[in-house]
Design a protein around this ligand. Sequence first.
Ligand code: G3H
Ligand code: 13P
Ligand code: ZN
Length: 333
Amino acid sequence: MVTNINYKDLGLVNSKEIFEKAMAGGYAVPAYNFNNLEQLQAVILACIESNSPVIIQVSQGARKYANQTMLRHMAKGAVEMARELGSEIPIVLHLDHGDTFELCKSCIDSGFSSVMIDGSHHSYEDNIALTKQVVDYAHQFDVTVEGELGVLAGIEDDVVAEKSTYTKPEEVVDFVGRTGVDSLAISIGTSHGAFKFKPEQCTKNEEGVFVPPPLRFDILEEIEKQLPGFPIVLHGSSSVVPKYIDMINEYGGQLDSAIGIPEDQLRKAAKSAVCKINIDSDGRLAITAVVRKVLKENPEAFDPRKYLGPARDELKELIIHKNKNVVGSADQA
Ligand code: G3H
Ligand code: 13P
Ligand code: ZN
């Protein structure tokens, strides 16, 4: 017989209190994806060092790659490591882009403290029904639920959307009221992956860097007016740091025209009702850039620690930078 595990027994927290603090403090809590040891070490050590609350999140792809039980044990280990190092930072273990009730239930039953049910690819009414079913189950165990309204362009797990459909502010009150979600992911111009905009959609600044069209802050403001004080989530919030794209291309990679969300846009969003900012691609790019460089410069290297170690160090520095200068969560734990 399988026994259910409550996240509280693993030392995790749900997102309720950290979102309330983020809303009051004018910053967002960072949500970093992980699927391996080095990513998780980098995230936790960076958040300890910058004294930031953190959401560590697991996608379906990550579950397939690393196994849900393994990932949950890693999260438990991360909490224990933080406490051993004398840090009390709040840590949330979150399911990213859950697409069925069964998957959300399985995560809730096995120790996740927060889940996303992403019904954004369904009809409005089907999204409400599915989201409410997850909320009704999750709330029995004090697990918080993120819903989504509007569709981001790009790839969400195996679902590819050609164009984004911005969130309709006139729907948010009805959606939140009828589902009971604790936070809402919205679509205002961000998208997943490293190719968020085509070069022809952008202008170029003095340094020759592509500047994409601004996020739709008008839609965000309208949503805030409709739902005062309600936690909003931004997916697809990697900046696609040009330094890493250049390194990847210099050391044998081929990533042309990768363009992300400028940091100042994210900083502005973090000061609003946006309480959670999702970052995955930037971490992948940082790791890839360093692994390529180290292997090129050290052709004799074959111990994974020799290239994953420096990659982990780079990711840690990147996360400290994000916490301090982008989402603003440093010193807020
Ligand atoms: O939103 C998607 C996340 O970046 C996770 O990506 O499904 O490739 O693990 P993944
Ligand atoms: P990025 O691809 O921009 O990092 O977005 C990640 C994300 O939204 C995870 O849910
Ligand atoms: Zn996402």
